[in-house]
Design a binder for this molecule. Sequence first.
Ligand code: SF4
Ligand code: SF4
Length: 350
Amino acid sequence: MKLFPPVLLHYYITRLCNCRCTFCDIPGEGKDDEIRFADPQQVIHNLAQAKKLHIPFVDFTGGEPLLHPQLAELLRYAKKLGLRTSVTTNCLLYPQQAYTLKGLVDFLHFSLDALDESLHNHIRGNNVYSAVMHSIDLARELGEAPDLLYTVTNENIAELEPLAEFARQMRLILIVNPVFIKPALANRNLPLLEQFNRHPNVYLNRAFLRLRSRGGNSVSHPRCRAVSSTLVISPDNHILLPCYHFCRDKLPVPAGFAEIFTSKTWREYRSMQGRFNFCAGCTINCYFDPSFLYASDCYLLESLAAKARYALTKYIHHKFHYPDKSGARLRAAEIAGIINRRKNRLIHAD
Ligand code: SF4
Ligand code: SF4
């Protein structure tokens, strides 16, 4: 069977985080025996190996990746190799690092889960809203094109409309990321997501919705290709199998990446991807997004269509429509006010 290399390297450069989001179980405690940050020399070596294998994308993740003291150097090296880079940040540290990171991140994502300040801060477990608003303004001043990453839960689903409007007015893209840990997004909320699928500033991969409406991954006919499509490396330099969230095996990263794909363990995990008991009903977006590219079916077509729309909006439409200079916080407050007044009118009309 022909072996296509993974399309994505998910590099966990730290497990530490300065937020405590209600839907996340990642943050490490920084215990003495825990490797706090990936060793920069190891990362550099692994990036070169990834390039040799023609892995095109590297996502520096965590934890909060901006806590890694050498993030900028690692990004710079990845860019020098010609890799496409992505970083998602909660924005607490972005204002301090914006100038250093400028031009180094191809896909820069700012997490924003509500236009309502107190709700966002509650979800994030820290007072982070002001930093997000400031980061948007700063990034735009620097010529960066950040996306907003909205993790949608049953608690903040009503924020979809205000966030989409905010994205439209700020000429940003709102990436809708349905929560994948329990409690999962209720099926009754899926039609609302469908409604916003054609919103020009909303990126929502319909393949995710299809997968969810079918009850997630099926272990008898798995759609997951986590092992084939994604290489996951931990801060302590191990390959995690079959995926980060349900890691069952850790292989020390070998000197040459080609060795991974000939190893018996990796091959066994590849043949079992999506077939373990814990894979039943799985909808972990970060693995399905690349997985959808690894079989020819409707999931592949819907994914490609979503990505084409994203590229069109971001690189063509937004490029020729420069935003005005209104600050993000002011815009957010105006939109929240308009939506609240509309809701109040509807309540009184009832
Ligand atoms: S910011 Fe990210 S890593 Fe940190 S707690 Fe929230 S979701 Fe988890
Ligand atoms: S189905 Fe989910 S849990 Fe199973 S290997 Fe894939 S991503 Fe991991």
